[in-house]
Design a protein around this ligand. Structure first.
Ligand code: NAI
Ligand code: XMP
Ligand code: K
Length: 502
């Protein structure tokens, strides 16, 4: 071309596209197809969450109190991804969530209610929306199971004021919490049981598994290669803040077996975070520490210098985020991911593209632009595995989803993060909302990963490494979509339609 413009040059290389002074988000850009010489099923999406934490799929659940607790952690680990347990709880409570997730090898948590034989059950809600509750000697998980109360038996009682010992069913044989899904399924089938307590080695009753749950899991796509830590148990991440008291939180989490910690902040390039990273790396050299959030190379540089093993990228891109409106600071997510990943790759630091993921195409774009994983809040909120209960809004089944910087989340209970700030004025950087019921992520994520594989196939990328090679060698070509091109790229011109992705 001899430096001259050529009409045969097609699309832009990422380096050129992202250096023109625009802040682009996923919807602004489109990837041009390349050459297919392998089937979509041959695409390998295995990756790393951080330097020493491998995953078999590039999906991470956000550390938010309407997204990541034990049920999300075990489901994500089962699928080969990971969840980061939120820190909007006391250190002991957060550690208990991590412990609960790591105490089992099955993809679900039912959180049954516990009663002692002398208890009377007054309300339907005492069953935690489950068909069965457990009866133990002391009425807590830490004693021997003596029976099971079926909601249907309780419901048919004329007088609810009788102790459960009078109508409970005898406790069936227990399954060991160390059993994986297939072993639990075989145990229930072998014993001909409808349900069985799941009991840890120390005798603690962990859960109540039912044949119905086993049937439901069987109706989902085949489970992938699970994420298991060096301890042989499900992988679980956990978030911490940057206050002095977060050092004690960190100790609780390490004792509970957290495999990786995320220092959770909207602006990670701070003296507080750098000090916390250095402290955590010094105290627990075997623990991977992820820093963030960052959106620029300068921010990333400081955290990498402090010793992070992973970087969380995104400021204001989240569905519940108002940071860009409130503070005027942030960056378009496609630009942020590309820029930070371009720097982090030379330091072997994996990048998590955090926030703004609304569909599988956004995941493809994030990964191809250099991220190793995507972190999702709204995409996973509203699922069976997300904390909270379903309610109805205008006839739609929804679950609450809220920003961790919303007033409601900031002032929740004993939120230690803001205790020191009681005299300061609090300004929200997030909203409280609701998202539609998404069913189980054990179904949603496998279908989403299949869609991502199809995107990779169109690009001629058989793995994340190969996608990153195409990006860095400028073989990958992109363009910015005009407003009209974005409309054209969506469904348009129909009187009505139903969007049923799978
Ligand atoms: N990714 C995003 O775009 C955003 C995320 N969020 C989420 O909201 C939650 C809260 O985020 P932030 O408000 O950024 O939390 P943060 O804990 O980083 O900051 C809260 C305030 O405390 C100050 N602070 C932190 N450590 C301190 C220390 N040791 N001494 C004195 N002051 C200290 C900070 O400077 C800031 O003013 C997080 O879960 C975060 O992920 C909030 C806004 C934007
Ligand atoms: O500006 C913000 N105010 C908030 O209150 C807030 N809470 C979470 N986050 C960030 O949003 C990410 C999840 O975004 P999505 O719902 O789009 O997946 C999360 O992973 C966070 O990075 C917040 N950002
Ligand atoms: K936003």
């Amino acid at each position: 071309m001899n430096g001259r413009w050529s009409e045969l040059e097609d699309g832009f290389a990422a380096g050129r596209l992202f250096s023109q002074g625009f802040s682009y988000t996923y919807d602004d850009v489109i990837l041009l197809p390349h050459y297919i010489d392998f089937p979509a099923d041959a695409v390998d999406l295995s990756t790393r969450l951080s330097r020493r934490v491998p995953l078999s799929i590039p999906c991470v659940a956000s550390p938010m109190d309407t997204v990541s607790e034990a049920a999300m952690a075990v489901a994500m680990a089962t699928l080969g991804g990971a969840a980061v347990v939120h820190c909007n709880a006391s250190p002991a409570h957060q550690a208990a969530i991590v412990r609960s997730a790591k105490s089992r090898r099955i993809p679900f948590v039912t959180d049954p209610a516990f009663f002692s034989p002398s208890d009377c059950i007054a309300y339907d809600t005492d069953f935690n929306s489950a068909p069965y509750a457990l009866v133990t000697e002391s009425g807590t998980a830490k004693s021997r199971a003596v029976g099971v109360v079926a909601w249907s038996d309780w419901e048919s009682l004329a007088d609810k004021n009788v102790p459960v010992s009078e109508y409970m069913r005898p406790a069936p044989a227990s399954a060991l919490a160390s059993c994986d899904f297939e072993q639990v399924a075989a145990f229930l089938a072998g014993e001909g049981l409808e349900y069985a307590p799941l009991v840890a080695e120390d005798g603690e009753v962990v859960d109540l598994v039912t044949a119905e749950q086993v049937q439901m899991i069987r109706s989902f796509p085949k489970l992938g290669v699970p994420s298991v830590g060096p301890d042989g148990r499900f992988l679980a991440g956990a978030a911490i803040g940057t206050r002095e008291e977060d050092k004690e939180r960190l100790e609780h989490l390490v004792k509970a077996g957290a495999n990786v910690v995320v220092v959770d902040s909207s602006q990670g390039n701070s003296i507080y975070q750098i000090d916390m990273i250095k402290y955590a790396k010094n105290m627990y050299p075997g623990l991977d520490v992820i820093g963030g959030n960052v959106v620029t190379i300068a921010q990333a540089q400081n955290l990498i210098k402090a010793g992070v093993d992973g970087l969380r990228v995104g400021m204001g891109s989240g569905s519940i985020c108002t940071t860009q409106e409130v503070c005027a600071v942030g960056r378009g997510q496609a630009t942020a991911v590309y820029k930070v990943a371009s720097f982090a790759k030379d330091h072997d630091v994996p990048v998590i593209a955090d926030g703004g993921i609304a569909n599988s195409g956004h995941i493809v774009k994030a990964l191809v632009l250099g991220a190793s994983t995507v972190m999702m809040g709204s995409f996973l909120a509203g699922s069976h595995e997300a904390p909270g209960v379903y309610e109805y809004q205008n006839g739609r089944r929804v679950k609450k989803y809220r920003g961790m910087g919303s007033l409601e989340a900031m002032t929740k209970g004993s939120d230690a993060r803001y205790l020191g700030d009681t005299l300061k004025l609090k300004v929200a950087q997030g909203v409280v909302g609701a998202v539609a019921d998404k069913g189980s992520i054990l179904k949603l994520i496998p279908y989403t990963m299949q869609a991502v594989k199809q995107g990779f196939q169109d690009l001629g990328a058989s793995s994340l490494q190969s996608a990153h090679n195409l990006l860095r060698s400028d073989v990958l070509r992109l363009e910015v979509r005009t407003g009209a091109a974005q409309v054209e790229g969506g469904v348009h011109g129909l009187v009505s339609y139903e969007k049923k992705p799978f």
